[in-house]
Ligand binder design. Structure first.
Ligand code: THU
Length: 154
């Protein structure tokens, strides 16, 4: 037996209105990024169960580990403002050092994946994830597709 991950590959034109709006919000969030060190501006957007959307973006710091990724900035902002609302979907994109939207999707780092696993466990609901690049968008129905066999205490 083999366990396999499922990742859908789509063009922007193939997305539903709801997915497209979330991607547009992630693109908007890139312009709020504070990335004076890497100049890689990551934007994230979250759709909550109550329909509210939240933006996040990477926030860097001269003491490097003190900064935070766009994904966690959005998830933690959502947790602080709407602690009882499940996260339904998350979109992520970025601008490169030239300020252009990335051609290929950027994928969440390890710690962000671990936080997404816990978000799904916490709300007992999978998070749809859209990774947008100009050439293609990767879509998964749960972080488990990007992080199989993950650590969880519960
Ligand atoms: N970054 C994110 O915001 N999300 C990721 O998943 C990976 C990396 C940020 C961290 C840092 O500010 C910049 O991108 C360059 O690594």
């Amino acid at each position: 037996m083999t366990l396999k991950s499922e990742i859908q590959v789509a063009q922007l034109s193939e997305l539903s209105d709801s997915d497209r709006q979330l991607v547009d919000l992630a693109i908007e969030a890139t312009s709020r990024s504070y990335a004076p060190y890497s100049h890689f501006c990551v934007g994230a957007s979250i759709l909550l169960e109550n329909g509210v959307t939240i933006m996040g973006c990477n926030q860097e710091n001269a003491a490097f580990p003190a900064g935070i990724c766009a994904e966690r900035s959005a998830i933690f902002a959502a947790g602080a403002q709407y602690p009882d609302q499940a996260v339904v979907a998350l979109a992520i994109t970025a601008r490169n050092t030239k300020g252009e939207l990335i051609d290929e999707p950027a994928s969440p780092c390890g710690p962000c994946r671990q936080v997404l696993i816990e978000t799904e466990t916490r709300f007992k609901r999978p998070v749809r994830i859209l990774l947008y690049g100009k050439n293609r968008t990767f879509i998964v129905d749960s972080i488990k597709q990007l992080m199989p066999l993950s650590f969880t205490e519960f």
